[in-house]
Design a protein around this ligand. Structure first.
Ligand SMILES: *Cc1c(COP(=O)(O)O)cnc(C)c1O
Length: 463
């Protein structure tokens, strides 16, 4: 081996069946345990991360040694997010179809920027664009861009809004920039997600210009508090409050905005999927009247990371806002993916979204997402019967839990995290410390919920 050049080694190893076997063995061992083990890594696993602190090697290493090191010291220091007892932030599990499509297509290493770079990615983006439009009952012409997450999707949607509103006022943002441009008004709720504020900042619209709208006890915009809207206004609503899981009243606000010529963007990172569930779609009533929507694949749909989608009714505005050109660009006959995203080169994450959606079908999404809601209700019921207080109405998958006072709540959460049986984060909700439960993985069973509730009970006893 040592006498070989690095190229000889690489040509040999990329075809080495023993390496494929090795990763197959490690991966299946990992998955075998992921649903049973403690969610958070043990102290010893965290301490062992020190083994990665090496100086940059002078000579090349064997791939099997590298994989072994990852498996021995990396895998135990992962958080088991694919298992059924991770309830922190809003993090989905992984649908097997998406996982296996990912593994296969990773070997293809496709750059999905243009049709000539990857005909299959371009084709599947077109197919899934249509599937999403139909699943969410959006306007026929709705365009989709496949980005890294809702942060990037919201950025893209607001860029389209900025382009569109200014264009109609006779101002080309791409040519003229924001200096001396007519001022865009921004109207959003006091519970808007921080990534919405980030996008507003990045787009030069200025957070200080936001006209904040009051929200109710569940974090929903109070429609009566919306200021008069006009054709210079960008309204940003929310499908799924990151704490309470509540939905803004879309129908009424969209009607008002449409009449005024305002643009409505909906941040539906995890909540937009409620629109695909028979028992939950009432929550998103009227959402199809908005202009753009951001949504994640990697949360509720349980695709692998990373995966977000911008959906935009105004195809021309989205493409114009994100457009790029160059003499070397080769336009495809159908749809070139890069016109729908801020990036040019991009991983072809469409394979996983396509495989996940094809595997689940409409009925599977209905069942999988509907079950998240049922598990959240089970949590609320079992916790209530053991003396915990639930602070939100469980509309979707979020449960906000507290104890007698803030100190007990915080100490209980700390103890839950130390037990590692499940993992939850904390937040503040209407002046109170809360334990935040987000049921987001298909792998969460009724047993997982009960086992986690036991951990809550034990934690509170011990503080
Ligand atoms: C998670 C989340 C985001 C950000 O999405 P990323 O995929 O992490 O970029 C935005 N809005 C809401 C409501 C979210 O829950």
């Amino acid at each position: 081996m040592e006498s070989k050049t690095i190229h000889e080694k690489m040509f040999q190893e990329i075809k080495d069946p023993a390496l494929f076997k090795q990763i197959q063995q490690y991966a299946s061992e990992y998955i075998e345990q992921a649903f049973e083990r403690n969610v958070y890594p043990e102290q010893s696993a965290l301490a062992n991360l020190k083994s990665f602190e090496e100086v940059f090697p002078e000579q090349s290493s064997h791939i099997s040694t590298i994989l072994k090191q990852l498996n021995e010291y990396g895998a135990p220091a992962t958080v088991s997010e694919i298992g059924g007892r991770y309830f922190g932030f809003v993090v989905g599990g992984i649908v097997p179809a998406g996982l296996f499509a990912r593994i296969l297509t990773d070997c293809w290493d496709q750059n999905s920027a243009m049709q000539v770079l990857s005909p299959v990615s371009a084709k599947l983006e077109m197919v899934v664009e249509k599937w999403l439009q139909q699943l969410f009952h959006l306007p026929e012409q709705t365009a989709a861009g496949f980005v890294s997450g809702t942060s990037a999707a919201t950025f893209s949607g607001l860029a389209a809004a900025r382009y569109h509103l200014l264009k109609k006022l006779g101002w080309d943002i791409n040519e003229l920039g924001l200096y001396q441009a007519p001022q865009i008004r921004i109207v959003t709720g006091k519970e808007a997600h921080s990534t919405v504020l980030k996008a507003i900042g990045l787009l030069g619209l200025g957070k200080n210009h936001i006209e904040w709208v009051d929200t109710d006890d569940q974090g929903r915009i109070i429609p009566e508090k919306i200021p008069p809207l006009d054709n210079k206004t960008l309204v940003i609503l929310q499908a799924g409050n990151v704490n309470s899981g509540s939905f803004d009243p879309f129908e009424r606000i969209c009607d008002q905005a449409n009449a005024a010529g305002a643009w409505v963007h909906i941040d539906g990172a995890f909540g937009l999927w409620a629109a695909a569930v028979d028992d939950l779609k009432h929550l998103t009533k009227g959402m199809e009247k908005a202009n753009s929507w951001s949504v994640d694949g990697h949360k509720t749909l349980n695709t692998p990371y990373d995966s977000g989608i911008i959906l935009c009714k105004e195809r021309e505005a989205l493409v114009s806002a994100l457009h790029m050109s160059g003499s070397y660009i080769v336009l495809g006959e159908e749809r070139d993916p890069m016109f729908y995203t801020p990036e040019m080169s991009r991983r072809a994450r469409i394979f996983e979204i396509w495989a996940t959606m094809k595997f689940l079908g409409k009925a599977g999404i209905n069942e999988m997402v509907g079950t998240l809601h049922k598990r959240a209700l089970q949590f609320a019921k079992e916790l209530t019967s053991h003396g915990f207080q639930i602070l939100n109405k469980v509309y979707f998958n979020q449960v906000l839990v507290c104890c007698e006072n803030d100190n007990i709540t915080k100490a209980t959460l700390e103890n839950i995290q130390q037990q590692r049986v499940c993992w939850c984060g904390g937040a503040h909700w209407h002046g109170k410390a809360v334990i935040r439960i987000s049921v987001c993985s298909w792998a969460t069973t009724t047993k997982d919920v009960s086992k986690s509730v036991q951990s809550f009970i034990q934690a509170r006893k011990s503080v």
